[in-house]
Design a protein around this ligand. Structure first.
Ligand SMILES: Nc1ncnc2c1ncn2[C@@H]1O[C@H](COP(=O)(O)OP(=O)(O)OP(=O)(O)O)[C@@H](O)[C@H]1O
Length: 227
């Protein structure tokens, strides 16, 4: 379900009178259940690639298939639906809603999906326990540490059991212990639920977990290493 195919992706950005290639003819196939890290220097196109795969930013050229379905011609509404039902996003900035508790933050997506209140609560509490936040369900983000907030963000991203998780620098603000816990959680979802992971990172601790390490430079894939 979580397979991804990118063919001939090009994304150009205009910076003054210069054209920058965020993506420069990227071809990439990731199988269902893949655990892939994107590495490369700052500005090499990792976020641009995640945004294209997640349907957040349309490439200028090329085509993308997610879970066997082309997303090239989807409307904004259809893309939003695909994100809601197929993809979990984990960003460096946790994007939690400050006035909501951890549980309410996790429930929020399910509310949009139309899940009943009782089922939402059960699923939110289950996933918060799984990420190690039992007993903290009623705390607001400001009452949690950075690592704990990141785990709420992860719980929110995975509560609906997406086929694909896209993570952009998920450990950037985490201490070693929290980073390790987060990666163990990702691996267990990958192994037990066959969730496909694509993780953009500068963090060598994260790269050690990759089945496949892709290196980008100037919008191009320059190395694709399978382990
Ligand atoms: N909205 C934008 N407008 C103009 N240029 C952009 C935009 N988004 C990205 N770029 C440019 O595209 C290139 C790729 O950026 P991208 O954010 O994908 O890199 P990255 O590998 O994720 O970097 P980092 O590791 O710093 O997060 C960079 O040169 C960046 O300046």
């Amino acid at each position: 379900m979580g397979a991804v195919t990118c063919q001939g992706l090009v994304k150009r950005f205009q910076q003054g009178d210069q054209t920058i290639y965020g993506l420069d003819h990227v071809d990439l196939t990731i199988k269902e259940g893949g655990f892939v890290c994107l590495s490369g220097p700052s500005g090499s196109g990792k976020t641009t690639l995640l945004n294209a795969i997640g349907g957040l930013d349309k490439p200028d050229e090329g085509s993308i298939t997610i879970a066997g379905r082309s997303i090239d011609d989807l409307s904004k509404g259809e893309l939003a639906n695909m994100r809601l039902n197929t993809i979990g996003f984990v960003f460096q900035a946790y994007n939690l809603i400050p006035v909501l508790s951890a549980r309410e933050n996790v429930e929020f997506v399910m509310q949009v999906q139309g899940v009943s209140a009782a089922e939402r609560r059960r699923a939110a509490d289950d996933i918060l326990r799984e990420v190690g936040l039992e007993g903290m369900e009623d705390r607001r983000p400001a009452q949690l540490s950075g690592g704990q907030q990141q785990r709420v963000a992860v719980a929110r991203a995975i509560v609906s059991k997406p086929a694909l998780v896209l993570a952009d620098e998920p450990t950037a603000n985490l201490d070693s212990h929290s980073a390790e816990q987060l990666m163990d959680l990702f691996v267990s979802l990958n192994v037990n639920h066959k969730v496909t992971f694509i993780i953009a990172t500068h963090d060598t601790r994260v790269m050690e977990y990759a089945q496949r390490l892709i290196r980008m430079v100037d919008g191009k894939i320059v190395e694709d290493q399978r382990r």
